[in-house]
Design a protein around this ligand. Structure first.
Ligand code: OXD
Ligand code: MN
Length: 586
């Protein structure tokens, strides 16, 4: 044990005053002990163990069900370092306003010390964190989501003082006393007042994205909110694709996609489904690891139709949070296969019938489940040097304007596409749902510094790589005049991946150039086979000049916020896009 860890744990206990300090080793015996304890104090409820072996239900405080972006801060020395994309709190104010919330916060509670490793055990790119928490639920989730315990301590022996401290307390769970703070200069995390995954499992958003993005900027690598999938073509050729999508926009479904063309040899395997750390390899390519070891996925909408691999993954050893439960102890959520049960216990623990008209499962209810149970897990998911990325997809929820897919013309154009992407908000964060907001690279809630500097870092990373990935934008969410999604999505997204593969391998026949980028032909995505009308196919792939002119204007207004810090290259990209659109006859 590095003495720096002991010293920090000591210091934290002197403020939080836990009754007991438990150093977690990540063993099965320890987990069983914790589960037993959580069953006896009702933190966990037992599910039907025949149907869901070793799986449990947790009902959170009803005011603690999603990430709280308005209570999440970057505590850099200056406001400019945090940027207009972040809430900023000066470190001195954090000390004054937030530190006191930790005083005596753990009296009457146990403080768990959780050493964890983000990334595969032997990878040079993996990194250690230590989370102290007074929540046994957090420990049980961290055990699924990270490599926890001895493996991290072993790494620490090797890495010495290179670890990130994360202090977490449930506090009193009041949103009035909830803060999720990140100190980029000292690489520390403080989180108080929430037990929700994205706020409390500090290895995930806080470390692997916000703090890691700062480390990546300083050390020449990237921490991204991206899935990583392995795409196999019929001749056995394999390509890796990364995809940045905002929360609850289908990353997990795409990463776990079961191909309808498996019999022809088109297959998808999962490397990761939420976070991706990228280094430039000696061959000039982007090499990516998944720092996590589990999936913290959105339950509603998950079914054998939308994501059969996820349904199989969550069969056992899974913690469900805020889902509904049947009288015989089976989990249920909206969108699950089969008829809606006539009665349930809802996520709040109340009796529920369909007539109630309320969701039985919370819209942001979740499963925490081990990656190793995914039947479609790539055999390369723990490769120490990562996997080489050939394509990056940027995707958001857009009812209009953005076509199903287009390819950017080059790296800088692709960075512009990512920088200006927008998406309608979802239930993964508290606040209004369905509001369009710019979410650059799907990192708006997850970047630990000024977005303009991040874009510069992206441009630099592209220049450092002799063979950077091709960049695409996708949009599964266009709606027709009837208000319904035009594209069937889910498994059929394989058609889009197939076109991506062809593009990357230089088979450019099935495509057409537009002012926005290169789009596929309707036949390339099998519009006819899918029974789409020609009008629907047009809507999916068309570039509406007027809508795009407005879009480019909005993009420009968004970029303006970053003032002098905005890389000139992005402004130039905006002008070029505008020029190309203006040349199209009205
Ligand atoms: C998540 C999120 O939980 O993005 O992955 O909110
Ligand atoms: Mn996410």
């Amino acid at each position: 044990m590095a003495s720096s860890v002991e010293a920090w744990v000591d210091e934290v206990s002197q403020t939080t005053h836990p009754d007991k300090v438990v150093w977690c080793d990540g063993s099965d015996a320890e987990n069983e002990r914790l589960i037993g304890q959580m069953l006896s104090d009702d933190t966990l409820l037992e599910l039907n163990q025949d149907v869901h072996p070793n799986s449990y239900l947790h009902r959170s405080n009803p005011h603690d069900v999603a990430r709280t972006e308005h209570l999440t801060f970057i505590c850099s020395t200056t406001r400019e370092e945090a940027g207009p994309n972040n809430n900023w709190m000066p470190p001195a104010e954090a000390q004054e306003r937030v530190w006191p919330l930790f005083k005596d916060a753990m009296r009457g509670r146990t403080m768990y010390v959780v050493p964890y490793l983000m990334g595969p055990a032997e990878s040079p790119y993996s990194k250690v964190g230590i989370e102290v928490t007074d929540s046994a639920y957090v420990v049980a989730n961290m055990r699924i989501m990270t490599r926890m315990g001895q493996v991290a301590l072993d790494r620490l022996e090797h890495d010495g003082d290179d670890w990130v401290p994360g202090l977490h307390s449930l506090g009193d769970l009041s949103p009035d006393r909830r803060f999720i703070l990140h100190f980029p200069d000292t690489r520390q995390i403080w989180s108080v007042g929430s037990g929700y995954g994205g706020n409390a499992l500090l290895g995930k958003k806080c470390y692997a994205l916000r703090i890691a993005s700062v480390m990546g900027r300083d050390q020449g690598w990237m921490a991204e909110h991206m899935l990583i999938l392995e795409l196999q073509a019929p001749d056995g050729d394999v390509m890796y694709v990364a995809g940045a999508f905002p929360s609850a926009c289908g990353k997990t479904n795409l990463a776990m996609l079961r191909s309808p063309f498996e019999d022809q040899g088109w297959r998808v395997r999962t490397v990761g489904e939420d976070i991706c750390w990228i280094n430039v390899g000696p061959d000039g390519r982007f090499w990516a690891i998944n720092p996590e070891s589990g999936y913290f996925g959105v339950a509603p909408g998950t079914s054998y139709h939308t994501n059969p691999n996820a349904m199989e993954t969550v069969q056992s050893n899974t913690i469900f949070t805020n889902v509904a439960v049947t009288d015989d102890g089976r989990v249920w959520w909206e969108g699950m296969d089969g008829p809606v049960p006539s009665q349930l216990t809802d996520w709040l623990g109340n009796p529920w019938t369909p007539e109630d008209g309320t969701p039985a499962a919370h819209p942001n209810s979740r499963f925490t489940t081990p990656a190793t149970q995914n039947p479609a897990l790539s055999s390369h998911w723990e490769d120490t040097k990562g996997v080489p990325i050939s394509a990056i997809l940027f995707g958001g929820r857009r009812s209009t304007t953005v076509p199903l897919i287009y390819r950017s013309f080059d790296w800088a154009h692709g960075v512009y596409v990512g920088a200006t992407m927008a998406s309608e908000t979802t239930a993964a964060a508290t606040g209004a749902v369905g509001v369009l907001r710019r979410d650059p690279m799907a990192m708006l809630p997850f970047l630990g510094y000024n977005m303009a500097d991040y874009w510069r870092h992206w441009l630099d990373m592209g220049s450092r790589a002799s063979n950077p990935p091709a960049i695409f934008q996708v949009n599964w969410f266009q709606r027709g005049e009837d208000g319904k999604f035009i594209w069937p999505g889910f498994g059929q997204n394989m058609r889009v991946l197939r076109w991506v593969y062809e593009q990357v391998r230089g088979k450019n026949g099935n495509s057409r150039e537009t002012p926005v980028g290169i789009v596929p032909t309707a036949s390339a995505i099998g519009a006819e086979e899918l029974g789409l009308s020609s009008q629907q196919a047009d809507a999916l792939l068309a570039i509406d000049r007027d809508a795009w002119l407005k879009e480019v204007e909005d993009q420009g207004a968004y970029l303006d916020q970053y003032g002098e810090r905005l890389p000139a290259e992005l402004r130039a990209q905006q002008r070029r896009l505008l020029d190309r659109l203006q040349k199209v006859p009205a």
